[in-house]
Design a protein around this ligand. Structure first.
Ligand code: MN
Length: 252
């Protein structure tokens, strides 16, 4: 009997955060961590989740990216405004320059190697900054919008509508013109990086989604689909499209 060769599933690297331990014997030490929702979302659509801990050595980061077939940039704190040529405003939140530097490298290498990239919340912002764009350091301070983007509701509660722009990759993935999403951000994209296009906006004009202008799979969303998949299963389509792009990349 012939053995059927089992197709290898694509490896999805998920960028980790650094969490300071607050209780127990190791108070003050740091832990590389990523929300389990990201891991489960990738697993549910057939990707092999791999947590990518932040490291500094460039040639080792290069090898991390070589191993994976797709890069998922997870959420987290603010991006340092120095990276887009601004001094910090009073309203800037906590930053982690080590994480910024690490994720900049991840994006640059993945982009150069033509590996699919999916950015969520801070991940979308990082993607834009890494490719040459800028951010509003604080939406409320920079814009007159009265919309609430920093939800006080539960993580899976959809609080605002998002218009999906026609003829975009996002539109073809979701097959919707309007969706409702959660929202946990106080920063947003100001100037879009070259090579990216806007694929989603809220009614106050804020950019809620971006994608690559060419064939390389680059997708970013400002909301948190991984926190919504139980209640709003269509959010899994985003992970599915990303993992399928990674599968295709793996086959090349
Ligand atoms: Mn929002």
């Amino acid at each position: 009997m012939k053995h059927k060769t089992q197709e290898k599933c694509p490896f999805i690297g998920i960028s980790a955060n650094l969490i300071t331990i607050e209780t127990g014997s190791f108070i003050g030490r740091e832990r590389a961590a990523v929300g389990d929702d990201y891991i489960q979302s990738v697993q549910q659509v057939g990707g092999v989740p791999l947590v990518l801990p932040m490291i500094k050595e460039q040639r080792l980061i290069e090898q991390q990216v070589e191993v994976i077939d797709g890069l998922l940039l997870s959420g987290g704190g603010d991006v340092s405004p120095l990276l887009y040529g601004e001094e910090p405003k009073r309203e800037l939140g906590a930053i982690c320059t080590d994480r910024d530097a690490y994720e900049l490298e991840l994006v640059h290498i993945a982009h150069r190697l033509g590996k699919p990239i999916f950015g969520i919340c801070r991940g979308l912002q990082m993607l834009n900054v890494a490719l040459g764009g800028s951010l509003y350091q604080d939406i409320a301070a920079a814009l007159s919008t009265s919309f609430q983007h920093q939800s006080k509701a539960k993580p899976d509660e959809a609080i605002h509508t998002v218009a999906i722009l026609p003829h975009t990759r996002l539109q073809s993935i979701l097959n919707e013109n309007m969706i409702i999403t959660n929202s946990f951000h106080h920063q947003a994209i100001k100037d879009l990086a070259p090579g990216l296009i806007v694929n989603a906006r809220t009614q106050d004009g804020l950019i809620e989604g971006i994608e690559g202008a060419n064939d390389l799979f680059i997708l970013g969303v400002q909301w948190h689909p991984e926190l919504m998949i139980q209640k709003h299963s269509k959010m899994l389509k985003l992970f599915h499209a990303f993992v399928e792009a990674a599968r295709k990349r793996r086959a090349t």
